[in-house]
Design a binder for this molecule. Sequence first.
Ligand SMILES: [Zn+2]
Length: 352
Amino acid sequence: MVSLAMTNKPMTLTALPATWFDGRSSRRHAVQLLVEAQTLVMQPLDSGMAVQHHALADLRLSEAWPDSAWPLDLPDGGRLWLDATTAAALAPKLPQRRAGLAQRLSASWAGAMACLVCLLALLVWFDRQGAGLAAEGLLGLMPRSVDHKVGELVEAKYGQFGFVASTLPMERQRRLRARFAEAAEQAAPGVAVKLDFLRESKKEAGFNAFALPHGGIVVFDGLAQSLSDDELMAVLGHELGHVVHRHGMQNVLRSFGLFSVAGVVLSDFSTVAATIAATLQGMRYGRDAEREADAYARRFIAQQSLPPQTLAAVWLKFKAEERRLGVSGIPDWLSTHPGTDERLATEQAGQR
Ligand SMILES: [Zn+2]
């Protein structure tokens, strides 16, 4: 029920401040609220605007968004925004919200709406900045904390992926960890890395290695057992290249784009990050990212004073593994462009 009084008589009782949108224009109006009997009296502070009366029974106070005001929907499509003090004073006078499932659904619906509003705001912003910002450009907007969140979420799923504890001798694990930590600190100071050894229970221990956005690098037993420590350092240099160039997050932005940025803006990106994490495992780096990581590995090898043919030796072992397993058995790490032959040719040409 709405009734508009045509007068604008001043109120003498203590009024609660609020902001009012009439639901027809984007203009905000400062108002004062009073409760008289079972009616909310809303008095706009702009002179000449009519006082409104709304039955309290018709009003519903929604959940506040994080660090935001409380929305109070009016039956005529308008909306009031209340600060915490006003909301606390009004809440006991308003109809009680239904608890339980309905409340939780309404809360998540509010969350979904908040997400949508942020997404729309971002779309407008990107449109004004000139459409088609590349993933590389967006990457600069994405705080490093997101890389960490995504990495941690993928890490938590290792068990589901069938990754089990490594059987590599502890002494070798310790030695490689210490050596890589020192080399990474030298090559990429300030970039956090963590080396883990695992076994792929379903794939002959796994002739494979990968890097996560937060610097978590995994080497599988199958690969570690086939390569020397020097050769493993070359592989780790390649994976470090993926971390330094944020190739994982580039993939994420290419696939999720604004959606993931919107999640970050909401500072509640756990749902978005979980979706990203669920699909990240199936993602492959593109040809350019692999070449960039190979180039990084070459510089890394030189910096560590390893023989320049170390990377070529790695590719030769991958080729042998490809032959042994056949096309269907090509390890994930390799099943992306450029192929092993091209990589081998690049390394051998570079050494001439
Ligand atoms: Zn790679």
